[in-house]
Ligand binder design. Sequence first.
Ligand SMILES: Cc1cc2nc3c(=O)[nH]c(=O)nc-3n(C[C@H](O)[C@H](O)[C@H](O)COP(=O)(O)OP(=O)(O)OC[C@H]3O[C@@H](n4cnc5c(N)ncnc54)[C@H](O)[C@@H]3O)c2cc1C
Length: 509
Amino acid sequence: MHGDEALWYDPEPDDSRRGQVLRAAAACPVQALRVEGVNVRQAMPATKPMRAGDDSFRRAGRIVIVGASLAGLRAAAKLRQEGFTGSLTLIGDEPYAPYDRPPLSKQVLDGWVPAQRTALPRPGDLDAQWRLGEPATGLDLARKQVRFADDEVGFDRLLIATGVRARPWPDPSEAALDGVFVLSARGDAVGLRRRLAARPRRVLIIGAGFIGSEVASVCRELGLAVTVAERGPAPLAGALGRVVGVIAGDMQRDHGVDLRCGVTVTALEGDTGRRLRRAHLSDGAIVDVEVAIAALGTLRNVEWLQDSGLAAGPWGVACDAGARAVTVDGMVADDVFVAGDVARSPHPLYDFQFLALEHWGNAVAQAEIAAHNMISSQTERWPHLAVPEFWSTQFSTEIKSVGVPTFADEVVIEQGSTADRRFIAVYGRRGRITAAVAFNQAKWLEFYERLIERAAPFPLDFRAVDQPDGREPVPAEIPDQPVLMQEATVVVTGHDPSGRHAQFVDRER
Ligand SMILES: Cc1cc2nc3c(=O)[nH]c(=O)nc-3n(C[C@H](O)[C@H](O)[C@H](O)COP(=O)(O)OP(=O)(O)OC[C@H]3O[C@@H](n4cnc5c(N)ncnc54)[C@H](O)[C@@H]3O)c2cc1C
């Protein structure tokens, strides 16, 4: 175990791990049960009686889910659980059954869990048609058809859950060098694991966000020399601000990472055999490396929605708090829903700003809300109001957050000690609490989540357990969010209210 509340990712722990599992289970607020070989319709009867308005759709409607991963699978299970007995089709461009991504940058990479053991638990009888390895290529909203290269499939209601992919290294010929990786899908993890197991002399990680930092951590666990190049002032600063980022940076250096902040990688250079050999940095340094991981953030999988009429672009797919997709006109498209990493929806706690959250817990919660709303009448629908949560495991530290740390102007270390790397940082904006981040102190987060929900005053006006002396809020120093590339411009045309429409135009036009 890393940290006293951590549980290794291991679907089948043997007896020697019994003590660890029991300790982790005792610390876990969620009691997880794995149920195998169960017919979900018998085991999980409809939680609500059918209502007249929805009855025929619940019985015989056609639902198509594009994106057969975490959000897609959880939505499908929820639909069946709530009594949807119509036809259900899951479309995925990857050839595998849905699998879990968090272990790819942790337990798969360090060799603890083979990649094929990351399959997500699947209810025994989901009774769905699976079209795996088949990318959806288009959406015809008027005819309610999802297009493939050669055919199409019709729907009454559609869920878009196509997630994100890793942003590639921008120079295609350098990206193609042997030894250059991204990490987003199972195949990436398999290839990178194989290369790390061959013990390269030095690994370069470009970008110290969560995934880059987790990979650096695994490399150090494997005893590999690692250089991390980060454009910002500190690791994780983009997500947690500079104050907490500096603590994460100290942690990296203590674990032997050659961390270089405020620099970019300007070029990757290969030998005559097109094998990666060195990297050039913006400060003039040259680093000899055999493996490089571009951890530069993500791109949203929305290309297939081009010209669909939905508000889909580099920001993701806009939807309302009930997960209903929004059209380019800003209207709600009644029969199209969105969930998971690809979605961008307004959150009342955060000034109704449209948030895109690439978090496991958000994908699950939003998918279940979307599924419920797909088969409910307007008055029975639920809003997605969960407080965002995130976790990461790196350098023997369990980092967890609730709320949105980037939505803050100040931060204070409210509990514990940064020197011991056991603390809670609380974030506030204009006098109210908006987020909390725990390093090896996750047990307190639920308490802070309640405060965030109540928009409690910031800084807190009571004495917390293990409060450091002289605590004082300081600027959170959240760096500017990166500007979206290839951002679309929207124009409005027409004069008469019945003829006014918005449409995307290319910037160049
Ligand atoms: C390496 C890694 C580590 C992570 N670690 C953590 C963590 O520690 N904590 C945490 O909270 N979150 C973590 N995450 C994020 C978490 O895994 C995601 O939030 C979650 O997977 C989102 O689920 P999703 O179903 O929305 O999207 P995805 O899991 O991205 O699934 C989308 C699916 O849709 C498919 N698809 C895309 N386009 C099409 C198309 N046109 N047709 C058909 N299918 C298509 C994709 O190939 C993919 O299979 C991590 C992610 C990665 C990559």
